[in-house]
Design a protein around this ligand. Structure first.
Ligand code: SAH
Length: 399
């Protein structure tokens, strides 16, 4: 097997089980390798450290499949790893049974030992996203293993995220196994029904990482006036209505997302649709208008898109987070709650907290953190892979 030889000292992060090898760590390739091929990773002194997928086009030059230098990367490897991912989730009481009628992330990439592979289950369909050359090479093995481990009838591919371009991969989507999608998929989430558009929706169709936070929103909403910013297909809004919110105003700039939200509301006739208002607008502008109109809310959700995909964008992103959080605090009634999130890998938890603190202070609001929030247990964070902790949230209360 082709050997990828590291520069002196560069074996340290691999020995701590970090899955990425950057371009600068690689001294040379001893042999030939095409994109996605498995290479043996070797320290400068010749010590075999494990096996990785080679990505010649990416700054992340190789992604570790295994830290066991003897382990073979073949169909059986993916069967073992994927069966283990599914079994870990089935063993957690909070996740057990979640995928059968609902939504559950089955494979969370690096943090599940499968770099570049994301798999989300929506009832009987698994949506697969492959984002690295190595993952791309093993598509058939992954599909076979997922079918077996999940028992699902259909696998749909949504490998169309921008990060594929960094690996020199073109976007791919479509059915990989099972029948074409002829009717919208419907999942259950905390007692509500939601349509998931796996063909054209964002990411794999839905934001499963916020599932537990949507539950919390419902639990906090009773009797409150709620403002849900960046509402997508209305997940937080519907939980707020179900939780007894007095009124819910939801804002998103995407017409198709809001149309999906309306369909979701119609799927749950027990909810009082008269309490829901939907606004297609830019949140930055809409919050200013609400402020100018003298509006106030008891519970505000801010769940913006990724403003900083990497640390290089952190400064501009910080200004955007500051802006919406400042406006959010200004729109809160005394005693009101702010659920504020960042899903930017480039903004860490400490920086995010600083930004929110700065926003409260500039708004002249005395506030405290009631809870730190994150993704659910189906989005684990590898202890050796802190980059996996992309979603962070704060539940704050104003005095
Ligand atoms: N909270 C949602 C997920 C939000 S994803 C859930 O639980 O499902 C972020 C959303 O922000 C997307 O729906 C996107 O359309 C919207 N968006 C992005 N930029 C925006 C802007 N400037 N103003 C309003 N909405 C925006």
């Amino acid at each position: 097997m082709t050997r990828l030889i590291l520069h002196p000292g560069k074996e340290r992060s691999v020995m701590r089980r970090h899955p990425w090898l950057f371009e600068g760590a690689v001294a040379r390739l001893d042999g030939r390798a095409r994109p996605g091929d498995t290479v043996s990773v070797v320290s400068h002194e010749g010590r075999a450290l494990g096996r990785a997928a080679y990505s010649p086009r990416s700054q992340i030059r190789a992604r570790m499949w295994t830290f066991d230098a003897q382990e073979t990367i073949d169909d059986a490897f993916f069967k073992r790893r994927i069966a283990a991912c599914v079994a870990r989730r089935a063993a957690l009481p909070e996740l057990r049974g979640q995928g059968e009628a609902g939504g559950l992330r089955l494979i969370h990439g690096e943090s599940d030992g499968l770099p570049g592979i994301i798999a989300d289950r929506y009832a009987d369909t698994v949506v697969l996203a492959l984002t690295s050359a190595g993952a791309e090479k093993w598509r058939n093995a992954v599909v076979g293993a997922l079918l077996k481990a999940s028992g699902c009838a259909r696998i749909y591919e949504r490998s169309d995220s921008d990060v594929r371009a960094l690996e020199g991969l073109a976007p791919v989507s479509g059915v990989l196994h099972g029948h074409p999608i002829d009717a919208p998929l419907v999942i259950a989430e905390h007692g509500l029904r939601l349509e998931v558009d796996v063909e054209a929706g964002h990411k794999t169709g839905y934001y499963l990482d916020q599932r537990e936070n949507r539950r919390l929103c419902g639990a906090l909403a009773a009797g409150r006036s709620v403002l849900n910013c960046f509402c997508y297909t209305g997940g937080f809004s519907l939980q707020a209505l179900a939780g007894g919110a007095r009124e819910v105003l939801s804002i998103d700039s995407s017409g198709p997302a809001l149309a999906g939200a309306q369909r979701n509301l119609a799927l749950n006739p027990q909810l009082d649709s008269a309490r829901a208002q939907w606004l297609e607008a830019d949140v930055f502008a809409a919050l200013r208008e609400l402020r100018a109109a003298g509006r106030r809310f008891d519970l505000i959700v801010l769940d913006p898109p990724k403003f900083a995909p990497s640390a290089a964008h952190a400064e501009r992103a910080a200004r955007a987070y500051k802006d919406i959080n400042l406006l959010g605090f200004r729109l809160l009634n005394p005693g009101g709650l702010l659920m504020s999130y960042s899903c930017s890998g480039g903004v860490g938890p400490e920086l995010f907290q600083k930004i929110v603190a700065g926003a409260a202070s500039d708004a002249g609001v005395d506030a405290r953190i009631l809870r730190r929030l994150g993704a659910g247990a189906d989005h684990p964070v590898g202890l050796a892979f802190p980059e996996g902790e992309y979603l962070k949230g704060l539940l704050c209360q104003a005095a």
